[in-house]
Write a protein that binds this ligand. Structure first.
Ligand SMILES: NC(=O)c1ccc[n+]([C@@H]2O[C@H](COP(=O)([O-])OP(=O)(O)OC[C@H]3O[C@@H](n4cnc5c(N)ncnc54)[C@H](OP(=O)(O)O)[C@@H]3O)[C@@H](O)[C@H]2O)c1
Length: 327
């Protein structure tokens, strides 16, 4: 597995980040243990988790299976639910107890929240760093303006800056190309991206015109059926190109993400050892510019401000923060 330097942190991480959201949900502890072992063997040492996953159970599983090998990983976790100072200070202690470690490498806010107080949030994140409970801090799903706003507050107060933003990015959800990626390049922000495989749709799990497989997230995630009906033609073209090149569709989808300037590393989610094997193999692939363009053309996704999920409302929401008092 190749490595990359992680934004302006001076750290080196594996080019693939392993997403653990399915640990305790679609894969049990034994499988998760095997996944972690293979990841380590193949040089995937960057892990992404969150307090929210299975309401803490994912972190608890990780805590048990990381025993004796925690120091070989660069671990990210996220604040549980809110963004206020008290929640941040309590949430990190709960995460560390579940993860059975005295620190995480990167501690992130999970989502912006209406009425949030950025100064209070940045001070609490700084306290976490000062206490040695996290080496770096970041903010997921954060619009570029809010990221810059928080870091101005940090700079004014001599607090730890946000070093990483984490957002959805894939062949269909391309909103971060507008402001987030240029900001990342200009300011050395590390960008980790999620949903490279569109929850399995771009990995060949679902085929246009065929029923959804029974053992799949599509059974409970309504977005997958919706994406399939809207983008089935593009998915079929993706499969054809993969067959032509002798690779798997997911390899093309992931390589398209990590080849983009400004992206530090995609987080790839797996729910089995087999899926991890495939994901790792995919990181060998480097796409030529014309192959990237061809893949982009299959989906004709408009590159506009909006990304997936709840991002559009967050970008423009004036209710997120209070106006700055007049000086
Ligand atoms: N910060 C945030 O707000 C946020 C939000 C979402 C996710 N994340 C992070 O990003 C990670 C990835 O997100 P994600 O799991 O939603 O997206 P993803 O990586 O696009 O999708 C992963 C899913 O794709 C399927 N898959 C993987 N490899 C496959 C293969 N070789 N063949 C067929 N299907 C395959 C599996 O589905 P099945 O399980 O159905 O087999 C797997 O659960 C998470 O684990 C989490 O760490 C962060």
């Amino acid at each position: 597995m190749k490595t990359i330097s992680f934004g302006s942190t001076g750290e080196t991480v594996s080019r693939m980040c392993l997403g653990t959201m399915m640990f305790g949900r679609r894969c049990d502890e034994r499988e998760a243990d095997a996944i972690l072992g293979l990841a380590l063997d193949r040089g995937v040492t960057f892990l992404d988790t969150a307090a929210m996953y299975e309401n803490g159970e994912t972190e608890a599983i990780l805590g048990r299976i990381l025993a004796g090998r925690r120091d070989r990983f660069f671990i990210t976790t996220k604040v549980h639910r809110s963004v206020d100072g008290a929640t941040i200070r309590a949430s990190i202690d709960e995460s560390l107890a579940r993860l059975r470690t005295d620190h995480v490498d990167l501690y992130m806010i999970h989502w912006p929240a209406t009425g949030m107080r950025p100064a209070e949030m940045m001070e609490a994140l700084n306290d976490v760093v000062a206490a040695g409970k996290a080496r770096f801090v970041g903010f997921c799903n954060c619009p570029a303006w809010l990221f810059a706003h928080c870091n101005r507050i940090a700079a004014e107060n001599g607090w730890a800056p946000l070093v990483c933003n984490q957002l959805p990015y894939n062949l269909l959800e391309r909103g971060i190309e507008v402001e987030i990626l240029p900001q990342a390049v200009a300011e050395g922000v590390a960008i980790t991206t999620y949903r490279a495989l569109l929850a399995g749709l771009l990995a060949g799990k679902y085929r246009p015109g065929e029923p959804l497989p029974s053992d799949a997230r599509g059974q409970t995630d309504a977005r997958i059926g919706d994406w399939l009906s809207r983008y089935g033609e593009g998915v079929a073209k993706l499969h054809a190109m993969a067959a032509e090149m002798g690779v798997q569709p997911g390899h093309l989808a992931t390589a398209w993400v990590y080849g983009r300037e400004g992206v530090s590393t995609p987080i790839v989610g797996v729910s089995s050892l087999e899926q991890l094997r495939s994901a790792i193999d995919g990181f060998e692939l480097e796409l030529a510019a014309e192959q990237r363009d061809r893949l982009s053309s299959f989906f004709g996704a408009e590159v506009k401000e909006e990304a997936g999920g709840r991002f559009p409302e967050l970008r423009r929401s004036f209710e997120l923060v209070s106006p700055r008092p007049a000086e």
